[in-house]
Design a protein around this ligand. Sequence first.
Ligand SMILES: [Zn+2]
Length: 185
Amino acid sequence: MRNTFRLLLAGIAVALLITQLRAEKPVAHVANVPAPVLAADAIVIPVAGVVKAALRDDFDNIHSGHPHHAIDILAPRGTPVLAAVDGTIRKLFDSRAGGLTIYEFDLATERSYYYAHLDSYADNVVEGMRVQQGDVIGYVGTTGNAPANTPHLHFAITILPPDKAWSKGEAIDPYPILVERGVTR
Ligand SMILES: [Zn+2]
């Protein structure tokens, strides 16, 4: 009789355990899903929210008697400017034409990414700082020779020369690069 009771208790315990195990359905760990990993060669379109279709190729246009050798990305004043690639802030430079500018070198020190006419730099940005693509580094504006009523980011990519001088290098057209490998943030 006592053994029967024990067996009954054991049976109930096993039944409870099975019920509990069945209740543990797989849970979707929504909060733990990391942001989609970008392809290794992805480039962030360097103005927040701008899609590929909004880009125009004005690399070869003549601006003030010189080939543009950059693209202008139109956006409202104050729109965040984003690091296009992982890299280092090499130089913060205030120039007559470019206004407040940033020169960012990629991690391999092969290319320089140039952001001009900024309204301001992001608060924490300093020379030598490491940035990840998508980080806010400044804000769209009209400093330098940009028309006051046409805020835009002047964005250029150059192949750095052997001496890695920040202001030199050979400009390449950012437009096909952004259209092929660009992602909107
Ligand atoms: Zn421009």
